[in-house]
Write a protein that binds this ligand. Structure first.
Ligand code: PLP
Length: 391
């Protein structure tokens, strides 16, 4: 078998060994139902409480009870959008979000629109930054929620969350942010950033899949998501997934503990990658903000190359990359994020997302660059036939 390199960490990460060690005893030794009143239950509850404390601490939440465990980022986003809209509908039925949100937010908004709510989708500039003037312009008397993602998952642009949150509060509007890609990449402080509700996911931060949380500041009204159990203060009933929660808690703790060292390393590898790529592959364009972006994502267009073909050739070389959002990666579809950023069609159809994990090495990068050189040359030699005169 040939070599394999994973450059799709924005889609998911491996479970780190420290996280694994935290989870393993919860499958058999500590198997109680955290809701039970006997010692088995108390032992499980202690695990859940510790995870909740770790997450609260990692994001500087005032109280651990502001963390509500969910099945992941998608569920937390759905809940935030609908739960906040429903619980505050007395005040109005207007919501503001951006055109580049994850589908978990966008599709929840679409459903609200079907129920008679109104949603304003604010545009972004060519770097992927949400236009704050447009948010101000969109605010109405009946606006109840503003939801803007902290970091975009396709291009890595970091939004000015604190400014937008302050703005929302000036008008008495609740502010939610999808911080799935931000956790571990930038500092997240819900108090300092004035965040009312925030989504995080386990499997993007070296934790297990199928677990995440919604932070909801005490005092913020949100409709219950799942009834039929007293778990999560009655808001999201159901027996807790103790092993996953234990792992998620540990992953969140590590994400903050190791952030600066991981980011230093990832930044160095990304710079090394881009430098080599620019030297060896002509006609490329880097999409996203030039500096207000996370280190782990590089979205690159290869002129005169079809992205699906490049993905396939790279996969044959053992290099795992993607076009961006996982939901659309099986379909040849244009990126709505790059489109919103006004990326020209030539670059739109040739954009690949390289996302770097904390275990990436220089020799991995060397291998990947060679694979790209080979694949791009092959594809361009074909496309040169059909696009004679372009080169
Ligand atoms: C991955 C992701 C989600 C979804 O999280 P899951 O835990 O996979 O459901 C939501 N938002 C963003 C920005 C993401 O990258």
């Amino acid at each position: 078998m040939g070599r394999k390199v994973y450059l799709d960490s924005a889609a998911t990460t491996y479970v780190s060994s420290e996280v694994m060690a935290e989870m393993l005893p919860c499958f058999n030794a500590i198997y109680g139902n955290s809701n039970s009143v006997h010692s088995y239950g108390r032992d499980a509850l202690a695990i859940v409480d510790r995870a909740r404390d770790r997450i609260a601490h990692a994001i500087n939440a005032e109280k651990a009870n502001e963390i509500y465990f969910t099945s992941g980022g998608t569920e937390a986003d759905n809940w935030a959008i609908k739960g906040l809209a429903y619980a505050n509908k007395d005040k109005g039925k207007h919501i503001i979000t951006s055109v580049i949100e994850h589908h978990a937010v966008l599709d929840a908004c679409k459903e609200l629109e079907n129920e008679g709510y109104e949603v304003t989708y604010v545009p972004v500039d060519k770097t992927g930054l949400v236009n704050i003037a447009e948010i101000i312009h969109a605010i109405r008397k009946d606006t109840t929620v503003i939801s803007i993602m902290a970091v975009n998952n396709e291009v890595g642009t970091i939004q000015n969350i604190k400014t937008i949150a302050k703005l929302a509060h000036d008008y008495g509007i609740i502010f939610h942010t999808d911080a799935v890609q931000a956790m571990g990449a930038i500092k997240l402080d819900v108090k300092d950033m004035e965040i009312d509700a925030m989504t995080i996911s386990g499997h993007k931060i070296y934790g297990p899949k199928g677990v995440g949380c919604l932070y909801v500041k005490n005092g913020i009204k949100i409709q219950n998501l799942v009834v039929g159990g007293s778990q999560e203060r009655g808001k999201r009933g159901g027996t807790l997934n103790v092993p996953a929660i234990a792992g998620f808690g540990k992953a969140a703790e590590i994400a903050v503990r190791d952030m600066s060292i991981n980011q230093q390393k990832i930044r160095a590898e990304r710079e090394y990658f881009l430098k080599n790529l620019k030297e060896k592959v002509p006609y490329i364009q880097i999409n996203g903000h030039p500096f207000q972006k996370i280190n782990g994502i590089a979205n690159i267009s290869f002129e005169m190359v079809d992205k699906e073909s490049l993905l396939m050739l790279l996969d044959m070389e053992g290099v795992a990359v993607s076009t961006g959002s996982a939901c659309t990666s099986n379909v040849v579809e244009e990126s709505y994020v790059l489109k919103a950023m006004n990326v020209e069609s030539e670059f739109l159809n040739s954009a690949i997302r390289f996302s770097f994990g904390k275990n990436i090495s220089k020799s991995d990068i060397d291998y990947v660059v060679e694979a790209i050189v080979k694949s791009v040359e092959k594809l361009r030699s074909f496309s040169a036939l059909t696009k004679a005169g372009r080169r």
